[in-house]
Design a protein around this ligand. Structure first.
Ligand SMILES: NC(=O)C1=CN([C@@H]2O[C@H](COP(=O)(O)OP(=O)(O)OC[C@H]3O[C@@H](n4cnc5c(N)ncnc54)[C@H](OP(=O)(O)O)[C@@H]3O)[C@@H](O)[C@H]2O)[C@H](O)CC1
Ligand SMILES: [K+]
Length: 549
């Protein structure tokens, strides 16, 4: 798992590295940061030698990194045109140290410094340089950026974006693309007269991934992202921050989806009770059940209102369908017959296509109030439980809630805009109050642990999955994974379900097209993704090949 740090957490990490027991000199960290960019970008652009490069250095330490980069790329055979936006005395000690080294090189043709004052001539020359150079290094703003871009940075960003869009200028961002908020992924230029953020081909970031590099729209500005430790002491790279957040990685998921025991049987892999649907939304119920089947459930029972059953029975032989009660939707009286059998179930999932009848709310609460297996709640089950925080938080069972933004807004009482301002904070606060594991679906999806409050960001999935039914499939997937033989903890099951669901959608995007593939096709792609993961991760297959002769 990759730590996802805020700017404040990075400053704390820096402080501990420099002023705590490790005592690393600030100028050394800056040297390592600049060297990391030079080295990694060298590979990306296929060598600095012979290239003309513009390096734009802001007034802070991001700019200081730029001074180091200029020195290294000049040594690698590039010609560096260094534009300095601050006055020498404005810089931090470590930046000044690297600037004076650069100044000492000035008589060397490989490194030309310009203290940019924004005169007409300087703008003209900068434009010409950018048009004739092959690479530009964005060392203007990093984790110190806030608000909207101010001049001259704003116009320089606009100029770089304009020239890069028109031709062969490769943009390398230092730590964070200028104009991207490293905590939230929000970008500058919200009002039209402001220039937007810089769009990079590559970003080299330091110490830990920044949240803004994996959250939209900031994520779209970063291009190919590489993380460099810059010589930080190993404990600092891994120790959990306060209110930690992580980017899920395939290796984390492989630990959850361990291969089956060779002597396992269908009972080993869980009995999933999908209790959902109503007469005008039988499809959602079937898709949730199919998601469970495709994710390796041992047995899948689908319980729908009696009048919905004819539309579900026999549609998929693997799914055992029974009609409940008499009506088109669940009523409180129907709960008894489901409670009689769900004691034998490993997990229950409710919500897809369930409808929002008041009677159905009583049914959902009756099912939740009895029994102890984990429950996955999605869609209408969530809408029905809006305002029921005390009831849900008092349940003595594990609950996973999987709202999209609008459902989360109804549940939390926050507006969509308030949520989007800081999704991490909104999600963590919700989990504290409701005492559930939360899957906040979106781009990207966040999973928040009920136990620890840790936030896990899912990197998989794509816009082709933005259609009805994808959430129904995910509900069944999470239910099946939480009931696996390895009995993962509920948060790991949710993370694995979300990761797999997105990875299956990415497989559909590659094999079918950028959109137009169906939720059922995503479910059908799940076994193939698991197989690829087992092969790539070389996940040790538990069963030795049976050699019988
Ligand atoms: N361990 C590490 O990660 C290391 C990171 N390094 C680099 O340090 C930067 C963070 O440096 P910092 O000086 O804190 O901040 P920045 O350089 O990113 O930016 C500060 C300057 O930016 C100006 N600013 C802020 N907002 C705006 C805006 N909207 N428009 C224009 N200018 C803006 C700000 O000016 P103020 O007047 O607002 O103060 C500052 O001048 C990190 O990203 C890494 O690159 C270390 O080098 C090594 C260790
Ligand atoms: K930058």
């Amino acid at each position: 798992m990759q730590k996802l740090n805020t700017a404040a957490q990075m400053r704390q990490m820096d402080y501990t590295a420099m002023h705590g027991k490790y005592g690393i000199q600030p100028a050394v960290l800056m040297e390592n940061a600049g060297h990391a960019v030079a080295e990694r970008a060298d590979e990306y652009i296929h060598g600095w030698a012979g290239k003309d490069v513009v390096v734009v250095c802001g007034k802070g330490n991001n700019g200081g990194d730029g001074f180091v980069i200029a020195r290294h790329i000049a040594a690698a055979g590039a010609r560096a045109y260094v534009y300095i936006l601050g006055q020498a005395e404005e810089y931090s000690d470590e930046s000044q140290q690297h600037l004076s080294t650069l100044q000492a090189m000035e008589d060397d043709e490989s490194c030309l410094l310009t203290y940019f004052g924004g005169t007409e001539r300087e703008w003209r020359v900068l434009r010409q340089r950018l048009q004739s150079c092959q690479v530009v290094v964005d060392a203007m703003l990093g984790t110190g950026f806030h608000g909207n871009l101010r001049e001259p940075v704003s116009s320089i960003v606009g100029l770089i974006n304009e020239i890069a869009a028109a031709g062969a200028l490769t943009v390398i961002a230092v730590d964070v693309p200028t104009g991207v908020n490293s905590d939230t992924g929000a970008v500058s230029g919200s009002d039209e007269e402001e220039n937007g953020p810089l769009f990079a081909d590559m970003t080299v970031t330091f110490g830990a991934l920044k949240r803004g590099l994996v959250l939209y729209p900031g994520r779209t500005c970063a291009g190919h992202v590489e993380l460099d430790a810059i010589g930080m002491p190993a404990p600092l790279l891994v120790q959990p921050e306060e209110k930690p957040a992580y980017l899920l990685q395939e290796s984390d998921i492989a630990e959850v989806l361990v291969p089956r025991s060779p002597d396992s049987h269908k009972g080993s892999h869980g009995t999933i009770g999908i209790v959902t649907g109503c007469s005008d939304m039988a499809g959602a119920a079937l898709m949730a059940a199919h998601g469970a089947v495709r994710s390796g459930a041992g047995k899948v029972f689908l319980r729908v209102p009696a009048q919905t059953a004819p539309y579900c029975i026999g549609r998929q032989p693997e799914i055992m369908v029974r009609g409940v009660g008499q009506g088109e939707y669940f009523t409180e009286a129907d709960a008894v017959s489901v409670l009689d059998e769900c004691a034998a179930w490993s997990v229950i999932a409710m919500g897809p296509g369930m409808g929002r009848h008041e009677e159905t709310k009583a049914f959902v609460k009756a099912i939740l109030a009895h029994g102890e297996c984990p429950v996955v709640l999605d869609a209408d089950a969530l809408n029905l439980l809006a305002g029921e925080k005390d009831f849900v938080s008092s349940l003595d069972r594990q609950v996973i809630m999987t709202p999209h933004l609008a459902e989360f807004s109804r549940l939390s009482g926050l507006s969509v805009a308030e949520i989007q301002e800081d999704p991490f904070a909104a999600a963590v606060q919700f989990v504290k109050e409701w005492r559930v594991t939360l899957v906040l679906k979106g781009a990207p999806t966040l999973v928040v642990s009920a136990k620890t409050g840790n936030v896990y960001v899912n990197p998989t999935g794509n816009a082709g999955m933005a259609c009805g039914g994808m959430g129904d499939i995910l509900t069944g997937m999470i239910a099946a994974i939480s009931a696996r033989e390895s009995r993962p903890d509920i948060c790991s099951a949710a993370c694995a379900g979300v990761y797999l669901h997105g990875a299956a959608g990415d497989a559909c995007r590659r094999q079918i097209g950028s959109y137009g593939f169906t939720p059922m096709e995503v479910a059908d792609a799940v076994p193939g993704v698991i197989r690829r993961m087992e092969e790539e991760m070389a996940v040790p297959l538990l069963q030795a090949p049976m050699i019988l002769d």
